[in-house]
Design a protein around this ligand. Structure first.
Ligand code: TYC
Length: 104
């Protein structure tokens, strides 16, 4: 290859495939008549990293409307968190329940 030769190289572009985002699942807090409000707030803070304020609002929403969406995660995380939070209540014989459902 001498100085009169021009080499044309194709630009090398890497194609990054856009991955479909995994479907999200809601964690839902259900109201009941027995679990103390303070305990619900404590679980929301511990298991869902909420501030006192956020946790209190979510607890009151579930208390007055019957349920409240707490957070959304990929399915496995949503289920693990819901189970863990529900078990926290079970340990003290409270009927506190967290469920999950796919987000539309
Ligand atoms: N309703 C309960 C009470 O009056 C408090 C409560 C709030 C329980 C929200 C569950 O998801 C809940 N002690």
């Amino acid at each position: 290859m001498n100085e009169n030769t021009t080499t044309i190289t194709k630009p090398r572009t890497k194609t990054v495939p856009k991955m479909a985002r995994p479907p999200l699942h809601k964690v839902i807090l259900l109201n009941d008549d027995y679990t103390p409000r303070d305990f619900v707030v404590r679980v929301l803070k511990a298991d869902f990293r909420m501030s006192e304020d956020q946790a209190h609002r979510v607890m009151i929403t579930a208390h007055t409307r019957g349920s409240c969406v707490v957070a959304v995660f990929i399915k496995e995380i949503a289920e693990t968190k819901a189970t863990h939070a529900t078990e926290a209540g079970r340990k003290l014989d409270y009927p506190l329940q967290f469920t999950t459902e796919p987000e539309e």
